[in-house]
Design a binder for this molecule. Sequence first.
Ligand code: UD1
Ligand code: CA
Length: 469
Amino acid sequence: MTTSQSEIQNPAERGASSPKSTIQCVILAAGQGTRMKSAQPKVVHAIAGRPMVDYVIDTALSISDLCPIVVIGYGADSVRTAIGDRVEYVLQTEQHGTGHAMLQTRDQIDPSAEIVLVLYGDTPFITPETLRDMIDAHAKAKATLTLLTFKPIDPANYGRIVRAPTGKVKNIIEYKEATPEQRTIREVNSGFVCYHARWLWEHLPKLQPQPGHGELYLTDLVSMAARERATIATCEASEAEVLGINDRVELARAEQLMRDHINHNLMLNGITLIDPAHTYVEATVTIGADTIVYPGTHLYGKTAIGSHCQIGPATIIHDSQIGNHCTIVASMLEGATLEDDVDMGPFSHLRKGAYLSKGVHIGNFAEVKNSRLGQGSKQGHFSYLGDATIGADVNIGAGTITCNFDGVNKFPTEIGDGTFIGSDTLIVAPIKIGQNARTGAGSVVTHDVGDNELVYGVPAKPKKKSVNP
Ligand code: UD1
Ligand code: CA
């Protein structure tokens, strides 16, 4: 970290070691992100399953007690929907640059804030630790503004930090406006800046539109501060933390980095990943210790997996709750719930509302939708259960189908405890099959079946004598 000091003006004299509550975070997220070439605003593009701006918000929330302000504009409604109500919003109806975006926030900034910390919504890897270092540097230098800079291998389109021969920061020159010589500067602007609040509000209205396109650059405040000989401090970050995402190439790189980070943390928390490079876990997923995840596994959304499970290979799980000691091989789960000790697969599919109680066994080519299987029940081979309530210890024979749909409406099926459904049974809903009943192989069951009853044939008829007297 380097700092430059001014003897002439020092508006941040009372800034030393400010308490948490005096920091107001502002996240700029109103831009379209033209380089993404997308109908969606850039900041809602997901990284490891979460809108990129969400990560910045998490960080902002962890460093200040004041509610972060997010400036939205392009696609404001979809940004609001993606983020929810954990922040305050300011609308920038037309996007005339980062300086113009900041100007819109003036009335919403908490008057107690001594430091305004500006964050960009397209820079999701920033950590609270680095921001705290920056805030400390700002307070220590009693700076007017403190820039977080970095020196990437390829400075690409980032704004260049122009320093005087003395080392003092003179200005930030955007890549577009930079001369070929300035473009060789390796030190660039991350976009994260701490401002002395009063100085910021005094100077923001003085920003001049850029010739040609008329944008107000927030970065132009730096040359204003330098001209006034105000204190400009800088703090250096690692490239990995301040990577800005502007196009799909950078998005893919960010996805890879985030995935590595998530997998790394999972492993440190006691989860075995057989091949982390081929394991895809979104940031919203939780996994218990001693679970083993095999390659080609994708875990998405609000999925929670218990401990001592074996998941994969080649398994896709969305928004599902999985207990402890479960085994799932080469299968797909969407909106399903599994209690402990369930085993499943290969090649089966649980759809929304599938609920498998403790010890259920699902074999191959089975599909379950909006159905509950009681404790210890088995559905071993190619079959479909939809809108069904199955008791405990039921055997669903190979080829069983609940015919739950008549082309217009869906109908329920109920099967009692201990019942044995013979191979290739078609169960035409709505229907109720009692406890400890049996259906013969190939039956088409069109009427309710009583407890202990055996039915068979097409359409299925009861055998006179009960099977389990
Ligand atoms: C910006 C910086 C550049 C820095 C880089 C770091 C400026 C002028 N340039 O460039 O120095 O190296 O970030 O990643 O600040 N936004 C608004 N309203 C607007 C325009 C932008 O809210 O009118 C938001 C965007 O949604 C985005 C952020 O500000 O989250 C940065 O805008 P972007 O266009 O990505 O700036 P860069 O060209 O990357
Ligand atoms: Ca950017």
